[in-house]
Design a protein around this ligand. Structure first.
Ligand code: NMX
Ligand code: MLT
Length: 439
């Protein structure tokens, strides 16, 4: 057993009694209430999920295992000469809650390397699909095609105790993570670069290997590290993480569950917003003939979008009530690497104008930018101008958080998720009665 897996086992076994005690001694303690608005309105702010991988405070933003984004970047080991940590180190960290040593990172790298061979039929599947399929359709299908590899299914069918479920879920997660960057880069090169996939260089870490397989020079390796870490997790209520958690709660394996999560990520109100942002920015630039708009012109573009019934992509959030610190982290990168880039300047101008317009518009509860309004600008700068690919990059990152979550879910024995629905008539009755009186 690898040291990471041994440590994870000890952590899970050490944590289980806490969950058992909470359930046995305090199971009836009330931690939230649900209003009619929340029942109709997408369960916003209802506290009914548990995860220790990350927590999202509306006024602070994400913390991974208790650390803010800058603290996470500072704490984890980095490849020599690089500004961002090994993605492998981040995986160790979210899985165990501990910062790995350099040796522990190397061991994880080696483990991934041994699991990284993508089965040939995955490429056959991708090639059999219509070339104009959206990259997220290709990505999700490639993952689903590998479901036959699931260790969880084999062990489940052979018979295993509930306390062992985490072990094959971890194996499936490791096997899947080891292959995702190559599959993503393959889709990119097959679809957009005249079908010229670049074979992996297995000596490299995830960030450097991804940059190599995309065919993009340094510092794109750091872009990949930053990008995958920033997009990894956003507590467990967001649509992609929640979908993965929900599907896996049926004891579906990691392949089924992660593919489902990607299908949620592919919606324009979620991960696809990064593609929408770039399309929108490009439209503004086209209309301006490449010149930076004035504040007044920018205001007009924003109002035209709102008045046509569309949302401002990359702005607003279901939980956050501040500028997303993932936006800020990427802005810092841009200030260092592409301060004069016209699209970065346009993004900054939008940041100055859009919150005021959204406030005046009076609908969005959060007028500030989210992760998606800055991410595409960086990709574009390094030559990834095919913006319908951006959500795939989000998806690779999201795998690290969601797969850590479902491994822990099985470790802690979380049950099938099945909330209760009610009818409109019931809501109308409880509205008159001033709350639900009947059981
Ligand atoms: N532009 C215009 N209107 C907006 C925006 C926006 N950026 N954000 C929210 N609103 C509207 C929203 O459509 C809703 O209108 P209505 O009452 O007519 O249905 C109203 O404001 C209230 O919505 P909120 O409660 O503020 O937001 P909610 O929690 O429902 O949704 C988002 C959150 C993120 C879906 C929403 O802010 C949005 O559509 N943003 C633009 C798309 C986007 O950037 N998505 C990416 C989110 C991050 N990610 O990667 O997943
Ligand atoms: C995410 O990263 O999942 C998005 O910001 C959406 C969310 O948290 O709801």
């Amino acid at each position: 057993m690898s040291k990471l897996k041994e440590k994870l086992q000890a952590k899970i076994e050490g944590h289980r009694p806490r969950i058992q005690k909470l359930l046995k001694d305090h199971g009836q303690v009330v931690i939230d209430r649900v209003t009619i608005e929340q029942a109709i309105g997408g369960a916003r702010d209802v506290r009914c999920l548990v995860s220790d991988i990350s927590y999202l405070d509306p006024m602070e933003g994400i913390r991974f295992r208790g650390k803010t984004i800058p603290e996470t970047f500072d704490a984890l080991p980095k490849p020599p000469g690089c500004d961002y940590p090994y993605v492998e180190a981040f995986w160790y960290f979210v899985l165990t809650g501990e910062v790995p040593t350099q040796e522990e990172v190397w061991e994880v790298m080696e483990d991934f390397r041994e699991r990284s061979q993508v089965p040939g039929y995955v490429f056959d599947t991708l090639r059999a699909m219509a070339r104009d399929s959206h990259p997220m359709t290709l990505f999700s299908s490639a993952i689903l095609s590998m479901q036959r590899e699931s260790v969880f299914v084999k062990r489940y069918n052979a018979g295993m105790r509930k306390t062992e479920y985490w072990d094959p879920m971890y194996e499936d997660s490791m096997n899947l993570l080891a292959k995702l960057p190559e599959i993503a880069a393959y889709i990119y090169r097959m679809k957009y670069k005249n079908d010229t996939p670049i074979p992996p260089d297995k000596a490299l870490d995830i960030g450097a290997n991804f940059s190599h397989m995309m065919g993009i020079a340094k510092p794109y390796d750091d872009v990949a590290r930053m990008y995958f870490i920033l997009h990894s997790d956003h507590e467990v209520g967001n649509v992609s993480a929640h979908a993965v958690h929900l599907v896996a709660s049926t004891l579906s394996d990691a392949y089924y569950a992660f593919s489902a999560g990607l299908n949620g990520l592919a919606g324009p109100l979620h991960g696809l917003a990064n593609q929408e942002v770039l399309a929108w920015i490009q439209d503004v630039m086209r209309q301006m003939g490449g010149k930076l708009p004035t504040r007044d012109q920018m205001k007009k573009f924003l109002w035209d979008t709102l008045n046509s019934g569309r949302v401002i992509p990359g702005y607003g959030h279901a939980v956050l009530r501040i500028t997303d610190p993932r936006y800020t982290a990427q802005m810092e990168f841009c200030k260092k690497h592409l301060p004069d880039d016209p699209m970065f300047q346009l993004t900054n101008l939008i940041y100055k104008v859009a919150p005021g317009v959204l406030r005046e518009h009076g609908k969005a509860k959060n007028p500030w930018p989210n992760v998606d309004s800055q991410s595409g600008v960086i990709q574009w700068y390094y030559g990834v101008t095919e913006f319908d690919f951006y959500t795939v990059l989000f998806g690779v990152g999201r795998a690290f958080g969601t797969l850590a979550n479902i491994t822990w879910d099985r470790g802690l024995g979380y049950p099938l998720e099945r909330p209760k629905s009610v009818t409109t008539e019931m809501l109308e009755q409880w509205a008159v009665e001033g709350g639900r009186k009947t059981p």
